[in-house]
Design a binder for this molecule. Sequence first.
Ligand code: SF4
Ligand code: SF4
Length: 421
Amino acid sequence: MNAGPFLHDADALSCIHCGLCLSSCPTYLETGDENQSPRGRIYRMRALQDGRMEMDDATIGAVDLCLGCRACEAACPSGVPYGRMLEHTRDAIESRHSRPWPERLLRRVAIEGVFPYPERLELALVPVSVARALGIARWLPGPLRDALALVPERVERVELPRFSPSTATDGGRPRRAGLLSGCAMRVLFGPAHAATVRLLNTAGFDVVVPDDQICCGALHAHGGRLDEARERARENIAAFERAGVDVVVVNSAGCGSTMKEYGELLAGDPAWATRAREFSARVKDLCEVLPIPSHASGTGEPTGRVTYHDACHLAHAQRITRQPRDLVKAVAGTNYVELPEADVCCGSAGTYNLTEPAMAARLQERKTRNILATGARTVVSANPGCLLQLRAGLDAAGATDVEVLHLAEYLDRPTRVTGPR
Ligand code: SF4
Ligand code: SF4
């Protein structure tokens, strides 16, 4: 079947096939197969668009196996917008191809029907707790057991106040930050959210958590559901506009990268294009607005070595690698140790570990080996999916004593960040 045009003309022609992106691609590193490389996938996307290739199992399989990590995009000297091409290709596949029913059930019901809704996500945790309490989790089929292993043993519910005033004492006018509460972050990482609010208050921000915000739409944009992502973008733009914030702060890399791209997502909608562009310009990752801790000792914590894992959508999509390291190093001091292959995907990639569990497990093991090689006692990252994936990988390797922390929790624990930026 000719898929018809779905890529922008300029995007489709931008790859010059130089291959410089190959060594940054996790699926190519693992398989050595050109079909599972950025160059191979771009060739298939173009062939699909031109009608030289069918939407067959090989092509859909290659697109599905892509993590959407965008390491190739960061490595590409020609500026190929791989992330956008992937989203548009996936949108074409989901709208023009019918997947077998078990896959539809997983994608449409279990993933899209649960993850974007915090209340449903909370409900979904109930059978997980029951399975664990009854000790039946280990008897479940492999993929279900692996999915269960991602859920933290203990989930601490934290209700965020709708408004938390600045606690800075420098007398300057507080800036007004809107916080994205998110889905997985809100349900599974309440303490990291609470730490985020404290850090922002100390840094001179009044924090608002609009209760009419919804899931950012990242899951839909990455999964080939662009219209649903656009609808969510419109709702969130309106919600944060009503809240009258100076800056929208996000502590989840995947969500932040999608919200920074609302402008692009709604570029074709005349009623929203300008609002979306202005909104995206106000979106910042937490690490972009925090000052380096001014009174951190920099001599290291007694708890041992600390390392940092780059979330793909922070390092590659948002190109932010220095700020989080500077923040971690300011506290860890000489205990900071760089993680080998820090910016190679851990296999989480949104819900990839549910749709492509075999490759996700290979990348999780690779990441775990690298973490253990550093001798670190603490691993810091800035994305909920990565935190779950790293924790499960370390547990599976018996390294239960290595702690995995969100950047906000790590910064909030030993010191308080002070002073406006
Ligand atoms: S995506 Fe960029 S780096 Fe990769 S082959 Fe194409 S032009 Fe080269
Ligand atoms: S997005 Fe990641 S997995 Fe996909 S082709 Fe690029 S580097 Fe490879």
